[in-house]
Structure formats: structure tokens, C-alpha cells
Design a protein. Structure first.
Lengths: 330, 250, 268
């Protein structure tokens, strides 16, 4: 029941088990059995982040040891590094935690330091440097986003007002609503005019028959356009014009006096309001006016530019003045 | 109710048997021959099946892991998955299950037949406690042999996984990468953990199988019934113990 | 026959006091089944006591009580003044039992079967053990079987090996459970002679449970008969030849009556 062969086999089997266990231990614990192989350095960090025991220590990318232990020491985290005996690390070399992959694989990178610096002694502490890791970058992107948001909201306040004072939009709004009646009347009138123009109704006999008047009108529009494109100047001019218009007819009469065309224009201008009214009432006739695209196109362009000019402005005043002028014109 | 008393009775008698066996621990050096014989039966002869099974369990583990991990690009972690699963769970449990099936059943059959054919009674009249010469050497042998079986199971399983990850086309990870990941994410503690588990399982299985064998009553037909019961109880014991031992070792 | 008060060791010829057995009001139930009912008798040191009785009358159970394999439901079994169920009885009194089927260790050779007790109790070194074992085998003419396994032996040889195994224990009390069952008449006679030899040469106290009338009448000092769980007869072989009890008589001298078979009587 107990022959030597059996005993030998069992003995061999057991030794095999011991050997395999030892090999596994050696492999997995990274040769910790040879405690005297290599020396320790201490690297203190604010946070070890994803670093864990068994991670590599590399100098200029070459593996020179492992992280033997991680621990908390007072107000900082310490990594005990096991460095190969053959490696000398300059005392001014700096260690940092380097991210090798996105998923928690880190190592400690040590730079070469300067050539002249004396080597670090076993157990000494190595200088460390904080390197941004993915988390820090993410955090920074986050705070950047916050700043951006703040900027955008203050911009919004400028446009929308902070609720009390009234920003650009409020002011515009106010402007529009204050004049809404007039604007809407004008709009309705314009709508009807265009409607009738579309239908070809009415005739503006004389206006069309006299080409010089037409030319002048075109020139005036062109001038108006130029003026509008330089909003401030225009507005100033407009203010001036309005003041003059308000102060008395004489000036404008003198301005327009001299010619039949001037007379005609004067009559036209004077009648514009009634024309508008009549147009609104469907009385007026605009005949050929429709045939001339230039006028419409130019007017549209002017409006667009005025629009843009309006965008750049914060002051409602001149616009109101323009509105008044426009109002008085039509 | 009757079932419950049966279970408690089995539990109690197993514990008694353990204590009685341990009280003869001093006679173990004299029983060297029996101890070696049991080591041979429990360890050496169980090795081939342990090796074959753990090889394929490691392979299948790697295959399944590779298949499911390729979808989210984590297949380079197969090494650690196979390594940890084998060492912490599958190695010990598999060794224990094989012990139950191969060694435990044989122990129960042998002791039950000794009981049925009055050999146990004969021992008692000779004032030779069965716990001393039949149970103690087996318990000692299983304690010595199970870690050996378990470490072999672990390593063979790892190699099985490595071969699969290299040669299966949709995984194809070099063994160097496989083992480097395995090493990176494993500590010897994980392996030790598994060895302790295997030890507990193996010891429990042998003890339970001895007890069931020694408590067989009736004729030869009972031998078969006892063997079946021993294997079933062993398997349940392994999985129940697995939970608690794992929890205790976490 | 004078009952010697000392057992002589078959190997060393050292005499140790012979032991007696005292059974007092022994009852044993297995569940609701009563196997023994208030059985009381004693076995004197150095005598051969033969216990007879029909199958299932509780004879084997009685034996198991004496070696301490069973505990009584009621009553006591005292071996040499010690309770048979205690460790003390087993340690202080060397008892050996020859089981009905031999109960040899099938995994061990005949030699190792005999040597087991000696080795386990460290009675002697390996040379001394060999001497004792070969002597026991010699007494029972079994030298040729020493290296055989029990499965290779015939029924009679197994019984003799079982007796030899009991013998190497140098017992003070020897219990036989049906030592002559399943044996041919010549082998039965041989076994009977061996039992008697052990008494005459070594003064071993023996209890023999058997159906064998010839054995009982020829070698017994006293005979007991168990029927229906009770001890119904206790006396010398001479008294047994003319039992007053009718049931005992019909048990010992069953008439084979083909015209009026028993199974028909049972039906009526």
C-alpha cells in the first residue's frame, strides 16, 4: 500500500506545487522576494490620481522601477518608488504622474535632471511636479464653459436689459410700441399703395411726365442713401433738416425755390401727406411710378442699410427723428 | 421538519467527526504510509482531469470575454479577466467539484462499503477509531494536495486563455500583452485567496464524504445511495461555502 | 469442567485474569421493534457460552452490546465489571469479535489484516509483529494465505482468517457471530475444534452465537436460547438434550414432516 514509487510521485507532485506557487508569487508580486534589489525613493504628491502599487517608474520612457507602495502621509499622498540599483537619479530630477492611457493606466515619469547634480540617496525624496491629467483638463474646460456662459448672459443683459433699465431690445421695443399706431398706419398705407401699384391703378401724370423731376428724385434718393449709410451724419442732417422744417417753411421754400421743377417738387412735398392719405383712401393715382424699378430697389437698399445702421445704434433719439421726418414726408 | 433535523444531524455528526479526527492528530507521523497513499489518490491521480478541465475553462473564458469585449474595445483586458476569474473563483471551485466527484465519491464508497461489511465495526472492537486511521490521513492529505491542484489549475487555465487569445482570429492578442495585463491587474493575494478557498472546499468535501460514508446503514444498496448523497451534499457545500468564504476574504 | 481464572497469552504464555460478562435486564428497541426484552445472564470467566436461537431473535444485537457497538435501551452490560459502552471497557479489556461475514479489511492482505491491530496499538516492532502474525496463521493453518487478499479466499478460509485476526489481539474475551454458518460440515467441525482449543490452551472466555447444534452440544460449557427476544433457556449442553420447554425442543429438533408442512400450519 505504500511503495517507494508512490512516495516519490507524491513528493515530486508536492514540490511541483511549491515551485509553481513560488513562480506565481514572484511573477505577480514583481519580485518582491528580492527586497535588497533596488532602492527606495519617496515621491510626494497632492494627489496620486490613478496611480497604484505595481505601476511602472520610467526615466525618459525607460522602465527603471516600480511603485512599491502608495500611502497617505499627513496632508499629502506619497508613492514609495523602488528603483533599480543600476540607475542613478539626479537630485534635481523631477517626478510626475504620467497618464499612459485613458483608462487608469499611469506611471511615474522622472526626467533626467542635470548631469552635474549629485545622485539621490536611497530613501531620499524626489522633487515632484503636478501635471494636468485628464480630470484637470476636463475641470478647466468646465470652468471655461462657465465663464463663457457668464459672458453670454451679460451680453444678453445688454440686449434685453436687466429688467429695470431696459436694454437695446427693450428700447427698440419701446420705440416701436410708442409709434406703433403711426407705424402701422404707415404700413397699412404702404401696403395699399403697393397693392394699387401692383394693380397698375392710378396715374401720377405730371410727376412722370417731367423727367427732370424724376432725375432729381432719383438723385435725392441716392443722396439719401449715401446719407443713410453714414448714419450719424444722416441723423445729424436729418435733425438739422427737421429743425429747419419745424422752424419755418421759408427756408425750405428758399431751398426749393427757383424752378418749375422746384415748384412742382414743393407742391409734391406739400401734398405728400395728402397723397398718402388719398392713397390710403384709394384716391391717388400712381401710374407710371410702378414702371421704374430703380426707385423701389434703391428704397429697399436704403432700408436695409438703415436697418444695419439701426443695429449699430443704441440711441433711440435720432431714429425717432427719422420716424418723424418719414412721417412728415409721407 | 424531518429534513431539517436530518441536515442538523448531518452537520453535528460532521463536526463531531472533525473534532474526533483532530484529537488523533498526534498519530499522524505514525500514519505516514496512509497519508502518502491518500496524497497519491487525492492529488496525483486527480491532476490530469484538473489540468484538462482548467485548460478548457480558461480557454472558454477567454473566448467568451473576447467575444463580448470586442464590442466596446476592451479586449486587451482579457488577460486580467481570465487571470482573476481563474485564480479567485473558477480554479478553486473547479478543483473542489472535481474532488467531490472523483475523490469524495470514492471515499464515501470505500467507507460505506467498510461500514456495510462490518469492517468499521471490526475496527471499533479492535479499539482502533475509524476517525484516526480512515479520516485523519485523508484530511491531512487533502490539505496538502489541494493547493497544489489549485495552483496548477490556475496556471493551466491562464495558459489556456493565452492560447485562445493568440489564435482566435477576432481576438488575436499576443501572449506577452495578455500576460502583461494579467500581471498588471493581479496580485499574489488574488491567487492566495483562491488557494485558501480551494483548501476550505477540499477539506469540507473530504470531511463530509467521510462522514456520510461512515454513517451508512443497511445493505450494499445503501453504498450507492450514500455516494450519490455525498456528491450532492459536497456540491451544495462548495457553493454555499464559496459565498461565505469569498465574503470573508474580500 | 473447572473454569480457569486466568487467560494464558497464546504468544507469551503470560497469564492475565480471565474476564466475565454480566448482562442485567438488557432491552433493546429499534424504533418500535423490540429486539431484546429483559435479557439477563452472565458468562463466567474462561467458559464457552453458546447462544442459540432462530434467525432474527436478537443474538447478533446481543453480541454488539457486549463489544459496545450498540447502547442498551434499558439494562446494563458489564464486561469485567466495566460498562461495555464506555471507552474504559474497550481499553482495559481486550475483546475480539469474529464477525459473521468475517469483516476482513478488503483493501489489506491477510497478513496486514492480522497486523493492523498490532501496528496501531504499537504492541511490537515489525519483527515482533511478523512473529505473532505468523504464529496466529499457523494455529489456524493459514500460512499459505498470508499475502492473499480476502477476496481471493473461500468462505471457510475467511472465517479462519477472522478468527486468526481475533487471536493476534490476545483477547481476554472472544465473541463469535455464527462462526460455522455457510460452511461444510467438516469445516464447521474444524472451527468448533479451534474454539475449543483456544479455551483449553489459552483459557479465553468465549461467547458463540450460532445455529449449530453440534457445536453447542460438543464444546459449550453453558447454552442459552433466545426466542422472540427473550432468553427462554439457560443451562448445560446436557440439559439441552432434554429441554422441558416445548418450543425449545421443536427449535432444536425440528421434524421435517412433508405431509403436514409448517407453512400450512401457519395459515390456519
Amino acid at each position: 500500500m505504500n511503495n517507494p514509487q508512490q512516495t516519490a510521485r507524491v513528493g515530486l507532485f508536492f514540490l511541483l506545487g511549491l515551485a509553481l506557487t513560488w513562480v506565481t508569487f514572484e511573477t505577480l508580486s514583481g519580485g518582491k522576494v528580492f527586497k535588497d534589489k533596488g532602492y527606495n525613493l519617496i515621491a510626494g504628491f497632492e494627489s496620486l490620481k490613478e496611480l497604484k502599487e505595481g505601476d511602472e517608474v520610467r526615466m525618459a520612457g525607460v522602465k527603471i522601477g516600480t511603485v512599491e507602495k502608495t500611502r497617505l502621509a499627513g496632508r499629502r499622498a506619497e508613492a514609495v518608488l523602488r528603483i533599480d540599483n543600476t540607475i542613478r537619479i539626479a537630485s534635481d530630477a523631477t517626478a510626475s504622474i504620467v497618464m499612459a492611457g485613458l483608462i487608469g493606466t499611469n506611471y511615474i515619469g522622472i526626467d533626467l535632471g542635470s548631469e552635474k547634480a549629485p545622485p539621490l540617496q536611497p530613501g531620499a525624496e524626489i522633487h515632484t511636479r503636478v501635471t494636468p491629467d485628464l480630470n484637470t483638463i476636463m475641470t478647466e474646460i468646465g470652468s471655461l464653459g462657465q465663464k463663457l456662459e457668464g459672458a453670454l448672459s451679460s451680453f444678453g443683459t445688454t440686449l434685453n436689459g436687466d429688467g429695470k433699465g431696459g436694454g437695446l431690445f427693450q428700447k427698440l421695443d419701446k420705440l416701436v410700441s410708442d409709434n406703433s399706431e403711426r407705424v402701422s398706419t404707415t404700413m397699412t398705407n404702404l401696403q395699399e399703395i403697393t397693392g394699387k401699384l401692383n394693380r397698375g391703378e392710378g396715374t401720377i401724370g405730371k410727376l412722370i411726365n417731367d423727367p427732370s423731376l424724376h432725375d432729381q428724385l432719383v438723385a435725392a434718393i441716392a443722396e439719401f442713401k449715401a446719407t443713410a449709410s453714414q448714419a450719424q451724419a444722416f441723423v445729424a442732417d436729418a435733425q438739422g433738416i427737421v429743425a429747419q422744417v419745424k422752424s419755418g417753411k421759408g427756408t425750405i421754400g428758399a431751398l426749393l425755390y427757383d424752378d418749375t421743377a422746384g415748384n412742382d417738387l414743393k407742391a409734391t412735398v406739400a401734398n405728400l401727406r395728402s397723397v398718402s392719405d388719398k392713397l390710403a383712401k384709394g384716391e391717388g393715382t400712381l401710374g407710371k411710378l410702378i414702371n421704374d424699378d430703380t426707385l423701389y430697389n434703391t428704397a429697399q437698399g436704403t432700408l436695409k442699410k438703415a436697418d444695419r445702421a439701426l443695429d449699430g445704434m443704441n440711441d433711440a433719439g435720432p431714429i425717432t427723428a427719422v420716424g418723424i421726418v418719414a412721417n412728415s414726408l409721407f | 421538519m424531518k429534513q431539517l433535523t436530518h441536515i442538523l444531524e448531518g452537520f453535528g455528526s460532521t463536526l463531531q467527526l472533525l473534532l474526533r479526527s483532530l484529537s488523533y492528530i498526534g498519530t499522524l507521523p505514525r500514519q505516514r504510509g496512509r497519508f502518502i497513499e491518500q496524497c497519491y489518490l487525492i492529488g496525483y491521480t486527480t491532476l490530469p482531469i484538473v489540468a484538462i478541465l482548467s485548460f478548457f475553462i480558461g480557454s472558454v473564458l477567454a473566448l467568451q470575454a473576447g467575444y463580448s469585449m470586442q464590442n466596446f474595445g476592451a479586449k486587451q483586458f482579457i488577460g486580467s479577466l481570465v487571470g482573476l476569474s481563474m485564480a479567485r473563483e473558477l480554479g478553486p471551485v473547479m478543483v473542489a467539484i472535481l474532488l467531490a466527484g472523483r475523490v469524495g465519491s470514492a471515499i464515501t464508497a470505500e467507507l460505506a462499503s467498510m461500514k456495510v461489511y462490518q469492517e468499521i465495526d471490526a475496527l471499533v472492537t479492535m479499539n482502533i477509531p475509524p476517525a484516526r486511521i480512515l479520516v485523519l490521513p485523508r484530511l491531512a492529505a487533502v490539505l496538502v494536495m489541494v493547493p497544489v491542484l489549485a495552483i496548477i489549475a490556475d496556471l493551466v487555465g491562464w495558459f489556456g486563455g493565452a492560447i485562445v487569445t493568440k489564435y482566435v482570429s477576432f481576438i488575436s492578442i499576443e501572449p506577452e500583452a495578455y500576460f502583461s495585463v494579467l500581471r498588471r491587474y493581479m496580485k499574489f493575494k488574488d491567487v492566495l485567496n483562491g488557494l485558501i478557498k480551494a483548501e476550505v472546499f477540499g477539506f469540507g468535501v473530504v470531511l463530509v464524504c467521510c462522514n456520510i460514508g461512515l454513517n451508512t446503514r443497511g445493505g450494499p444498496r445503501e453504498i450507492g445511495a450514500a455516494v450519490t448523497r455525498a456528491v450532492v451534499v459536497s456540491l451544495i457545500l462548495i457553493l454555499v461555502l464559496d459565498y461565505f468564504v469569498t465574503k470573508a476574504l474580500l | 469442567m473447572p473454569t480457569p481464572s486466568h487467560t494464558r497469552n497464546p504468544f507469551t504464555s503470560v497469564e492475565t485474569p480471565a474476564v466475565g460478562v454480566e448482562i442485567q435486564g438488557l432491552s433493546k428497541n429499534f424504533g418500535r421493534l423490540e429486539v431484546l426484552k429483559d435479557v439477563s445472564f452472565s458468562i463466567e470467566p474462561g467458559e464457552i457460552f453458546v447462544m442459540m436461537g432462530p434467525s432474527g431473535s436478537g443474538k447478533s444485537v446481543l453480541l454488539k452490546h457486549i463489544v459496545g457497538l450498540e447502547t442498551p435501551t434499558a439494562g446494563r452490560v458489564m464486561v469485567n465489571g466495566l460498562d461495555a459502552t464506555t471507552e474504559a471497557a474497550r481499553e482495559q479489556v481486550r475483546m475480539a469479535m469474529v464477525f459473521q461475514a468475517g469483516a476482513l479489511f478488503n483493501s489489506l492482505t491477510v497478513y496486514d489484516n492480522l497486523a493492523l491491530y498490532l501496528r496501531e496499538h504499537q504492541v511490537a516492532d515489525e519483527n515482533g509483529i511478523k512473529e505473532k502474525v505468523m504464529r496466529a496463521l499457523q494455529i489456524l493453518s493459514l500460512e499459505q494465505t498470508a499475502q492473499k487478499f480476502p477476496s481471493d479466499l473461500s468462505g471457510g478460509m475467511k472465517k479462519r482468517v477472522a478468527i486468526a485476526r481475533a487471536l493476534v489481539m490476545e483477547p481476554q474475551l472472544l465473541l463469535y457471530d455464527e462462526p460455522t454458518s455457510e460452511l461444510d460440515p467438516v469445516m464447521s467441525a474444524t472451527i468448533s475444534e479451534i474454539i475449543a482449543l483456544l479455551r483449553d490452551e489459552y483459557h479465553v472466555t468465549s461467547l458463540v452465537v450460532t445455529h449449530d447444534r453440534d457445536l453447542a452440544l460438543n464444546i459449550a460449557d453453558r447454552v442459552g436460547i433466545l426466542m422472540d427476544s427473550r432468553l427462554v433457556f439457560l443451562g448445560t449442553p446436557a440439559e439441552l438434550r432434554h429441554p422441558s420447554n416445548e418450543k425449545v425442543n421443536s427449535f432444536l429438533n425440528p421434524k421435517i414432516d412433508l405431509k403436514n408442512p409448517r407453512y400450512k400450519k401457519l395459515e390456519t
